[in-house]
Design a protein. Structure first.
Length: 278
């Protein structure tokens, strides 16, 4: 009888310990991880590979979904195929969301990726010959940004009151009579052999093996709100605790250092309050 009671007591004790162990795992965050699908373009993958490892320690599994264009990541987010995306400036985001009537919102800032002017033939914008061809991205906000860059470089003068949604007809003065050729943003590096210069988005340049601070003949100057890149979510998820945690993890010093090192200072970590993105 005593032996039976002893065995029963041991069994109860073991069962209690097992339950306690399970509860402990759950409380410590070592239980089942929550999966979050993040849509990025190719140039952003190294950042999010780092983020994936970091988030895993917090019980969050990040699944990186790579896109090759600037349209599908927002459509995929709106359709619920991904949970977040991180690939675009706030200016492009605002324009795209308005045009397509999507219920998406920015939930955090990430980087500024300076746009640059590149050339395989000339070392300075001053060297560009009269009448030479210059390629620039054809998407509306990208083109507007490119035109502002050309003005900053002293190559053109834009009409007063220029807004970034305007196109080539907003050029007021073109002293060198440059011939501008709009192409898809992803193609701007590929046309370099055929033009005097090409204006290339930072991410596209990095994907093409270019180092913006070294290889461009002119690069954007001071930081500007429209060019801040963001993490976006569906409107209904703007207060999602897991998504907010991902933003918090991204905006820590170690991620900033990783970005600077990985991209050779060509990307600028830029962390501002969400309120400044609206």
């Amino acid at each position: 009888m005593k032996k039976s009671i002893s065995l029963a007591s041991i069994a109860i004790l073991l069962f209690t310990l097992i339950l306690s162990g399970c509860s402990g795992d759950s409380a410590s965050g070592s239980g089942e991880k929550e999966t979050v699908k993040v849509g990025v373009n190719g140039s952003g993958v190294p950042i999010w590979e780092y983020m994936k490892e970091k988030a895993a320690k917090e019980g969050i599994e990040i699944e990186i979904v790579e896109f090759a264009d600037y349209v599908r990541p927002n459509q995929a987010l709106a359709d619920g195929d991904i949970d977040l995306n991180a690939f675009q400036t706030i200016s492009y985001f605002d324009s795209f969301v308005e045009e397509h009537n999507l219920d998406l919102v920015p939930i955090g800032s990430t980087i500024i990726a300076p746009m640059g002017i590149y050339s395989e033939k000339y070392k300075s914008v001053d060297d560009l010959p009269n009448g030479s061809k210059v390629a620039l991205p054809q998407e509306a906000t990208n083109m507007g940004r490119a035109l502002l860059l050309l003005q900053e470089a002293g190559l053109i003068q834009l009409k007063e009151g220029f807004d970034q949604s305007q196109g080539l007809d907003a050029i007021k003065e073109n002293p060198k009579n440059l011939e501008f050729t709009p192409v898809v943003a992803a193609q701007t590096p590929r046309v370099l052999p055929d033009v005097a210069a090409s204006i290339i988005n930072n991410g596209v340049a990095v994907e093409a093996g270019l180092v913006p601070v070294d290889d461009s003949i002119y690069i954007e100057g001071a930081e500007s709100k429209p060019y801040i890149n963001i993490i976006a979510a569906q409107e209904k998820d703007k207060d999602n605790k897991t998504y907010k945690k991902i933003v918090e993890l991204y905006q820590e010093d170690d991620v900033a250092e990783h970005i600077k090192k990985t991209y050779k200072d060509s990307l600028i970590p830029t962390f501002v309050p969400v309120s400044e993105l609206h």
